[in-house]
Design a protein around this ligand. Structure first.
Ligand code: AOF
Ligand code: ZN
Length: 358
């Protein structure tokens, strides 16, 4: 039998706790998912041991809990937020560790979308262990939203961020663009940058704005590692630019990807174990990603300011008539100082079809 219907109250409580453990603050980001595991006594439901994953190269959550339980693991139920892995990557297969430890039953939330590591449930069942899946699966997926997306699509998740005036301008007619958004929005941007592992801009942005692209310390998110700073485009760049200046790097690496193709860029970044790209412009690069269908999330800061003329946040999308407009779904609206932050997700196909038919 599958699904949460067959789980006990003790298993449900253990899964909530496992999700909490998985989300332990300060667990380094990196290419691995956040995973938690609680071993409970199969008869009484009492907690025997807890464990969680602390980042790539460290023991998986199941191995961590098993090590803490020692001999007491025998006969327990392992409640884990992700299907136990069945591969040897940086560490050995958890399926075999659970079998060797004499665990009686395994309840997991999210099925492992990673084709390399999947198959744990089947291996456990084959060894005579009772397996139940799907308990709090939505919560587990949400916890590893970006990792799940990247593994399922075999490319990084792309968040495109921009700031505009009320009339949709990101720079004035003379090209000046500093301080469109206020200090609260800028602080929020640094917080979001800290959650990504790549900062991406085009060569033109480096030439015109000369950004350092580092995450500064005004944010409240622990920063285990500065995101990789990537400049994309075929044009040669002056090595004296701030993004290449070791004195300003704060430990962040930088990389010039000599391509204009968003697919090629994302493939290269995924091969380097990167999963979350924070795209910060400019308009040409943003347009290339939007038209390629490679923007997965939009975060925009709208400032209560009018310019009447000037550069728009995004370049030509090849759209000439209103029926072809790209529609986004607004998922969050937050007031930040004088600005409004909108978080949106990409084209809702039904809305387009519905409007087109009117
Ligand atoms: C984790 N932590 O607690 C579990 C994972 O390269 P490896 O050996 O660390 O394997 C990573 C894969 O293992 C990961 O993509 C996921 O599919 C699976 N389970 N990974 O990092 C854990 N249980
Ligand atoms: Zn594992």
């Amino acid at each position: 039998m599958r699904g949460p219907m067959t789980t006990t109250a003790a298993e449900q409580a253990a899964m909530s706790r496992a999700l909490e453990l998985a989300a332990t603050p300060g667990v380094p980001l990196g290419p691995n998912p956040r995973v938690g595991c609680v071993l409970i006594d199969s008869a009484t439901g009492d907690v025997v041991a807890e464990g969680y994953h602390r980042g790539a190269g460290t023991p998986h959550a199941e191995a961590d809990a098993l090590a803490r339980a020692g001999e007491r693991a025998r006969g327990t139920t392992a409640v884990v937020t992700l299907e136990p892995c069945h591969h040897t990557g940086r560490t050995g297969p958890c399926s075999e560790k659970l079998i060797a430890a004499g665990v009686r039953r395994v309840v997991f939330a999210q099925r492992d979308p990673n084709p390399v590591a999947a198959g744990g449930a089947q291996a456990l069942r084959a060894a005579g262990i009772e397996v139940d899946e799907g308990l709090l699966a939505d919560e587990a997926r949400a916890l590893n939203r970006v990792w799940t997306f990247a593994v399922e699509h075999q490319r990084p998740f792309v968040t495109w961020k921009f700031a505009t005036t009320l009339d949709g301008r990101s720079a004035a007619a003379d090209g000046t663009s500093r301080w469109v958004s206020g200090p609260e929005s800028r602080l929020d941007t640094h917080r979001l940058r800290a959650l990504c592992d790549v900062m991406l801009v085009g060569t033109n942005t480096v030439e015109v704005d000369d950004p350092a692209l580092t995450v500064r310390d005004e944010h409240d998110v622990p920063l285990p590692q500065q995101p990789l700073r990537v400049v994309m485009g075929e044009r040669d760049l002056d090595p004296g630019r701030r993004v290449f200046d070791p004195a300003l790097s704060m430990g962040a690496e930088s990389l010039h990807l000599r391509t204009r193709d968003p697919h090629a860029a994302l493939a290269e970044l995924f091969a380097r174990d990167r999963q979350h790209v924070f795209l910060e412009g400019g308009p040409t690069l943003a347009a290339a990603f939007v038209t390629a269908g490679l923007v997965d999330e939009v975060v925009t800061y709208v400032a209560p300011m009018l310019l009447g003329a000037g550069r728009s946040a995004v370049g030509d999308l090849g759209i000439t008539t209103i029926a072809d407009a790209l529609h986004l779904r607004v998922d969050d609206v937050t007031v930040l100082g004088d600005d409004v932050r909108l978080t949106l997700h990409p084209p809702v196909v039904e809305v387009r079809a519905e409007r087109a038919s009117k």
